[in-house]
Design a protein around this ligand. Structure first.
Ligand code: FES
Length: 56
């Protein structure tokens, strides 16, 4: 799921082992928003700008 904390976009995911992780919903390359969906099921997140892919 995605949420905002103040002005920061947050991406909350569940790993294969069941851990809950939270990250900035921002590509490490140029800061583009990685995921625009409110919620869903994805094993990886591909940046829409240049295509860098990040696992959950
Ligand atoms: S900004 Fe995300 S891959 Fe370049």
């Amino acid at each position: 799921m995605t949420r905002w904390i103040a002005h920061d976009p947050i991406l909350i995911t569940k790993t294969k082992s069941g851990e809950i992780k939270a990250f900035l919903n921002s590509c490490t390359h140029r800061g583009t928003l990685l995921c625009s969906a409110d919620s869903g099921k994805q094993k990886a997140f591909t940046c829409p700008y240049h295509g860098w892919t990040f696992s959950n």
